[in-house]
Design a protein around this ligand. Structure first.
Ligand SMILES: CC(C)(COP(=O)(O)OP(=O)(O)OC[C@H]1O[C@@H](n2cnc3c(N)ncnc32)[C@H](O)[C@@H]1OP(=O)(O)O)[C@@H](O)C(=O)NCCC(=O)NCCS
Length: 219
């Protein structure tokens, strides 16, 4: 495998590709003409993450069984994937992750985070009252580990549910409880005005990185 490919395999919610970017790694030959024009308009750092994200998603979609057209951003910010497939992108610290699935009924979402020794405590912004209470007695390091997992799972869920709800969904509108071995319990707390969804989430740790994935389907 190309050493600039960090990971390329099937995961519980779809085909996953993670690419390294920066340090002279060039994924621009994987862009369509329209994507290259779009990338040119972006500031340099953003151009690298956009380009690697598109390259990763194109590879993941190929693994899911399709050749992709222009994967330009939709009005809501996610990648515009052809009908019959779903795709999602995340980038962090020189890695770009993409997840792709086949199917018209369900959508997928991905989020990549890096485990740092020192992180700001964002629990009050991200966790529901019940989540805060559940984590209160944990040792400090474990509490921060669970916080990062909950955060990442919620971001992956946001990307998966966005095509259905088409609005900003706050972090406290979803309750997630990470379990061992990558499982996670998900409770959607959306108002009745939103479509009723079944959402499933999963996480994995790769060295200093956490990858969270999600799948959403209308009830
Ligand atoms: C949109 C959001 C999830 C992106 O996360 P991030 O940590 O800033 O950045 P990431 O690298 O993980 O993801 C960036 C990618 O998200 C995708 N994205 C942006 N908006 C999106 C949306 N509305 N729906 C789906 N995907 C979206 C894009 O593909 C983007 O990459 P690209 O611009 O190169 O194509 C985040 O900025 C946000 O608004 N979060 C708040 C809402 C939330 O997470 N709620 C949780 C409860 S459900």
């Amino acid at each position: 495998m190309n050493s600039d490919v960090f990971l390329q395999r099937e995961m519980p919610h779809g085909q996953c590709v993670i690419l390294r970017f920066g340090d002279g790694i060039d994924w621009s030959t994987h862009l369509t003409e329209a994507e290259a024009v779009f990338a040119e308009m972006l500031p340099l750092l953003r151009r690298h993450s956009f380009t690697a994200g598109r390259a990763a998603l194109r590879m993941a979609l190929r693994m899911a069984g399709t050749e992709s057209g222009d994967l330009l951003p939709t009005e809501r910010g996610g990648p515009n994937v052809q009908t019959g497939f779903s795709g999602s992108i995340s980038h962090k610290d020189g890695l770009a992750a993409a997840l792709a699935t086949k199917g018209t009924q369900s959508t997928c979402g991905v989020d990549l985070e890096v485990v740092r020794a020192k992180r700001p405590d964002i629990s009050r912004h991200v966790l529901t009252r019940e989540e805060l209470d559940a984590d209160r007695e944990l040792p400090a390091e474990e509490r921060m580990r669970v916080l990062l997992l909950r955060f990442s799972l919620k971001e992956a869920i946001y990307k998966a549910i966005d095509p259905f709800v088409q609005r900003y969904v706050g972090f406290k509108e979803v309750r997630v409880t990470p379990q061992e071995l990558g499982a996670a319990d998900v409770e959607m707390l959306l108002p009745e005005s939103d479509p009723e969804l079944v959402v499933d989430a999963h996480w994995e740790r790769f060295g200093e990185f956490i990858l969270a994935t999600a799948r959403a389907e209308r009830v």
